[in-house]
Design a binder for this molecule. Structure first.
Ligand SMILES: *[C@@H]1O[C@H](CO)[C@@H](O)[C@H](O)[C@H]1NC(C)=O
Ligand SMILES: *[C@@H]1O[C@H](CO)[C@@H](O)[C@H](O)[C@H]1NC(C)=O
Ligand SMILES: *[C@@H]1O[C@H](CO)[C@@H](O)[C@H](O)[C@H]1NC(C)=O
Length: 595
């Protein structure tokens, strides 16, 4: 008997699923799903998938320096690509070329035999091309080779290149191209294994350098967020004085964004860090001990830590030697906050904890000595500006829309999420539609942001609404929704639906475009809507997660065929009989995910 099974079932019709399977067989790559103006920028510069691309001569460094550097970068939370495959054949694969384009920084490890490989040299050509075309960053590491022998292609390094000269004597252009890129690379500021020693020190320095550079790159991405730099500075100031800082503000105020910005800004100054997202929701699925265990795993980079180790002296001692930054996002329970912040005593000197919460009392109760930072609502001017950027894709309203815009902005109460969602909703709509939206807003209870968000949901068609509700449900259950998974769950038209949801800012993608994210207020709204639909006795697309509902449905043999998604923790339900015949009756049910 499965004690604690989380079963998630999602309904897609059979024919669709079969089509999907055949589609995923032929291995289509994700299609770019975007039409918004933000993505026009991405078209000129490919979306960043990796922070770092490692270019190295496999024979020389695969099993030593390159692998240590890779580990060092990963440990610092830097998303790094290293080609672990042995290379066969002469030419470099298109996938690898694209990976280079999608990497913010390329690190080239020049070693003795680097120039004897056409593969490495072609990679180098492409890396420098991306530097020129997209402004990507390139960092050379001269590993036991002298930059001057690369420039002149002499010494041991030159011998490798001499061999190529023989092989390509009929292709002087190719040779010249390689020569040029070798010379160009020595001109870039890089790291020399002879001057930074020992090797672990070299790796540490490179990692720090890369963190600083990434930091710089990401803070320029955040510029669009109004006033964020100022908030980050204020919080940095608080962190000098106090070891625990709470970030307090209403849902949608941008607490998580701010906490992430702080992490970006500060992580280079710490030995280890952990960003625990959505504490509140994680604790609905896993125990506090488990959460702490995951956190320790990350801080100590030790996969083998078990729940029993949490209180061990050995673990404490290991933590004590590290300067740690711990960020706890969205905590809603004082007891939990106290438990999670108590670990600060185990951390090394200079460690800091940041907690975000909607509830001031939770922060107050968490620790006697801490400061809170209140994320203020946007003032009217900033709110108006942000709204216009979304509703008109420019700084000011279109002609004739000035008064309408001002009225709409007032209903958002300076809440950035509401401004963005409402702005995206009204983009490109006629005046009459604006007026009807205002009419609806004026009927909502004052200060209720969810009603503002709801307007955007109501504007979706059936298919989009269902997808939004599915996603809210799945994300709430902790399922990581990748494009691949989406393709398995929905038919090909999902690209349109997804881009609509994205344009309306109802969903977004994480930094590396791997997974779909949804703001917690929107997710809560989605669950609430599903729950209302259940009460209203709707007979399609039933989503079940509360055990009393599940019990009711199965016990009374109610509308089983309508079930679309279900999350069941068998340990929480006294008795329930799930039979194969039940599943056969669920007409909408196809995909069977185990989480
Ligand atoms: C190397 O840098 C110098 C000065 O920064 C510059 O004048 C020179 O043209 C560069 N050489 C190459 C090959 O890029
Ligand atoms: C807070 O967490 C504690 C311990 O996990 C739990 O016993 C308590 O019921 C929670 N309080 C609330 C209000 O959820
Ligand atoms: C904070 O602590 C007080 C007193 O210990 C308690 O009564 C209150 O419920 C706590 N607040 C929250 C939000 O847990």
């Amino acid at each position: 008997m499965l004690q604690k099974a989380l079963l998630i079932l999602l309904g897609v019709s059979i024919s669709k699923a079969i089509r999907l399977i055949s589609r995923s067989r032929n291995g289509n790559q994700p299609v770019a799903i975007a039409t918004s103006s933000e993505d026009d920028i991405i078209l000129t510069r490919p979306a960043t998938k990796y922070d770092v691309f490692l270019s190295f001569r496999g024979e020389d460094t695969r099993h030593n320096f390159a692998s240590y550097l890779y580990k060092g970068l990963r440990n610092a939370g830097i998303h790094t690509f290293m080609d672990h495959e042995l290379r066969k054949g002469e030419s470099i694969s298109p996938i690898l070329l694209r990976t280079i384009e999608e990497s913010e920084i390329s690190v080239i490890i020049f070693s003795e035999n680097y120039a004897s490989s056409t593969w490495c040299l072609d990679e180098l050509v492409h890396i420098l091309e991306c530097k020129r075309k997209f402004g990507r960053v390139v960092i050379p590491v001269f590993y036991n080779v002298d930059p001057s022998s690369i420039r002149k292609q002499n010494g041991y390094f030159g011998k490798g290149f001499d061999a190529l000269k023989q092989r390509f004597k009929d292709n002087p252009e190719e040779l010249q191209k390689w020569r040029n890129v070798l010379i160009q690379s020595t001109n870039l500021s890089g790291w020399d294994s002879h001057s930074t020693r020992p090797e672990f020190k070299l790796i540490e320095e490179i990692v720090k350098d890369i963190l600083r550079k990434l930091n710089y790159a990401s803070s320029s991405h955040l510029e669009g967020l109004i006033g964020i730099a100022g908030h980050v500075r204020n919080i940095q100031r608080l962190l000098i004085e106090t070891r625990i800082v709470g970030i307090w503000g209403m849902g949608g105020a941008g607490k998580t964004t701010l906490a992430k910005a702080i992490l970006q800004e500060l992580k280079a100054q710490f030995d280890a860090f952990s960003f625990i997202e959505n504490v509140k929701e994680q604790l609905k699925r896993i125990s506090l001990d488990e959460l702490q265990k995951n956190c320790l795993k990350e801080l100590l980079k030790d996969e083998d830590i078990s729940i029993y180790d949490i209180k061990s002296t050995f673990v404490k001692n290991r933590l004590q030697r590290k300067k740690i930054l711990l960020i706890l996002d969205d905590v809603d329970n004082s007891t939990v906050a106290v438990d999670l912040t108590r670990v600060l005593d185990w951390f090394g000197e200079g460690s800091r904890i940041i907690i975000t919460s909607r509830d001031m009392q939770v922060l107050k109760n968490a620790s006697a000595t801490f400061s809170t930072y209140h994320v203020p609502d946007l003032d009217f001017e900033d709110a108006f500006h942000l709204f216009n950027l979304k509703a008109f894709k420019r700084d000011e309203p279109s002609k004739g829309y000035m008064e309408l815009s001002k009225s709409v902005v007032k209903y958002c109460h300076g809440n950035p999420l509401a401004l963005v969602v409402l702005g995206c909703f009204l983009y490109g709509r006629q005046k009459e539609e604006w007026e009807s939206a205002l009419e609806k807003l004026s009927q909502a209870p004052p200060k209720d942001i969810v009603d503002v968000l709801r307007l955007s949901f109501d504007g979706l068609d059936d298919k989009q609404q269902n997808m939004f509700l599915d996603l809210a449900f799945l994300i709430r259950q902790g399922v990581h929704i990748s494009l691949n998974l989406l393709r398995q769950l929905y038919c090909s038209s999902m690209h349109i639906e997804i881009s609509v949801l994205r344009e309306k800012s109802l969903i977004s993608f994480n930094d590396h475009n791997d997974f779909i994210e949804m703001h917690d207020l929107l997710r809560e709204m989605g669950l609430e809507i599903s729950s209302q639909q259940l009460l209203s006795g709707r007979k399609t697309h039933v989503r079940l997660w509360r055990h009393e509902d599940i019990y009711y449905f199965f016990h009374n043999d109610q509308a089983i065929e309508a079930i679309r998604c279900m999350s069941l923790d068998a340990s929480k339900i006294e008795s329930i009989t799930l039979m194969a015949s039940h599943f056969r009756r669920m007409r909408y049910l196809m995909e069977n995910l185990q989480s």
